[in-house]
Ligand binder design. Structure first.
Ligand SMILES: [Zn+2]
Length: 304
C-alpha cells in the first residue's frame, strides 16, 4: 500500500554519536528504535558557537548527555520543539537546565478535536502533557540566532501543535514527524486530524524547501517531490477506503485488514486510528456516512 512512496530506509547513524549531514547542521540520534520511531528520534544542532537545538528528544540520560557533549564549549541559545510527543520534547527541561536556552514551540499538547461522549483518548500515553514553551510561536514568525534564521511554519495534522522550522540560510526545513523519509506520518484522531494534515502538506508543497531534516530517518534531499508523493499516497488511501465501502458497509478493523496488507502487528491500533482519520474528514465532505459522530467502533457506508 505504501510502495508508491520512494522511502529511503538507509540511515548509517549510530545512536548518540554526532555527525554533520549539512555544513552548519549536526544531528544526534537517540537510542529509542521502535515501530513509530524507526531507528530513533533525531535531534539537530544548528550553527556553530552559539547554537540552537531542534527536538532534544526523549527523557533518556544517555541521549541528553550525548547532545550536551556534542555542544561542549559552545552556547545553546535556543531550543526549538516540533511537537509534544514523548519521543521529541521530554528532554527539554534537562537541556534547558544545563544550557539556560530559551524554549520555542507552538504551545502545549492538545487534541485536534474534543473527545466524543464516552470516548477515551487512546493516545494519552504518547503525549508530553508537562511541556510548556517559554515562547509560543505563530505561523511565519522569524527567530534569528548567530548565523541562522528560523521561520516557524505551522503544520497541524500529526498532532494539533506541530511546527516545522525553515532554516532560511540553507533552504532547508526541520519537518518533525510531518514528513519523514522512512514511512508515512501517523495521523490519529483525536490528537491528529486528516483535514489539517492534508492542508499542511499542501502548504509545504507550495514552499519548496529543497532539503528536509525529519524527526526520524534520513535526510530528505528532494523534498518537494517527496511531499507530492505523500499527497498522492493519502489520496490513494482515501480511494481504497471508498473502494472497500463500495462493496458494502463495514467497520474500521475490516478496512484496516483490507488496505494495510502485511502491516506490522504493533501498528494495527495506530493504523485503525489513521483509517478513522480519513472517514472523519470524508464524512464532513458527504462522501461517507456513519451513525452519529465518526468513531473507531462505528459502521461506515457510502451515502444512498
Ligand atoms: Zn510524533
Amino acid at each position: 500500500m505504501s510502495d508508491d512512496i520512494p522511502f529511503n530506509k538507509k540511515l548509517d547513524l549510530a545512536p548518540d554519536t554526532v555527525d554533520e549531514p549539512m555544513p552548519g547542521v549536526r544531528r544526534v540520534m537517540a537510542n529509542n528504535p521502535g515501530p513509530f520511531t524507526f531507528k530513533g528520534t533525531v535531534s539537530y544542532i544548528v550553527g556553530r558557537g552559539n547554537v540552537a537545538i531542534v527536538d532534544p528528544g526523549p527523557e533518556d540520560p544517555a541521549h541528553i548527555g550525548a547532545l550536551l557533549d556534542a555542544v561542549r564549549g559552545e552556547t545553546v541559545t535556543h531550543i526549538f520543539v516540533t511537537h509534544t510527543h514523548r519521543d521529541h520534547s521530554p528532554a527539554v527541561p534537562a537541556v534547558k537546565a544545563a544550557t539556560g536556552a530559551t524554549v520555542y514551540a507552538e504551545g502545549p499538547h492538545r487534541a485536534a478535536r474534543p473527545l466524543h461522549i464516552g470516548e477515551l483518548n487512546p493516545l494519552d500515553a504518547s503525549a508530553d502533557r508537562d511541556f510548556r514553551p517559554d515562547i509560543a510561536l505563530a505561523d511565519g514568525q522569524n527567530i534569528t540566532g548567530d548565523g541562522w534564521t528560523i521561520e516557524a511554519v505551522t503544520t497541524p495534522g500529526h498532532t494539533a501543535n506541530p511546527l516545522a522550522f525553515a532554516l532560511k540560510e540553507k533552504n532547508a526545513l526541520f519537518a518533525g514527524d510531518h514528513v519523514m523519509g522512512w514511512a508515512t506520518s501517523i495521523v490519529a484522531p483525536p490528537d491528529g486530524a486528516m483535514s489539517d494534515y492534508m492542508a499542511s502538506l499542501g502548504k509545504l508543497a507550495r514552499r519548496k524547501e529543497a532539503t528536509y531534516f525529519p524527526g526520524h530517518g534520513p535526510v530528505i534531499t528532494d523534498a518537494p517531490r517527496f511531499v507530492n508523493y505523500y499527497i498522492l499516497h493519502r489520496k490513494a488511501r482515501e480511494d481504497s477506503i471508498l473502494h472497500r465501502l463500495a462493496k458494502g458497509e463495514t467497520d474500521i478493523p475490516t478496512i484496516v485488514r483490507a488496505i494495510y496488507i502485511g502491516i506490522d502487528p504493533r501498528l494495527t491500533g495506530a493504523a485503525g486510528l489513521s483509517v478513522l482519520a480519513h472517514p472523519e474528514e470524508i464524512v464532513t465532505r458527504g462522501l461517507v456516512e456513519t451513525d452519529g459522530l465518526p468513531a473507531i467502533d462505528g459502521i461506515y457506508r457510502l451515502p444512498g
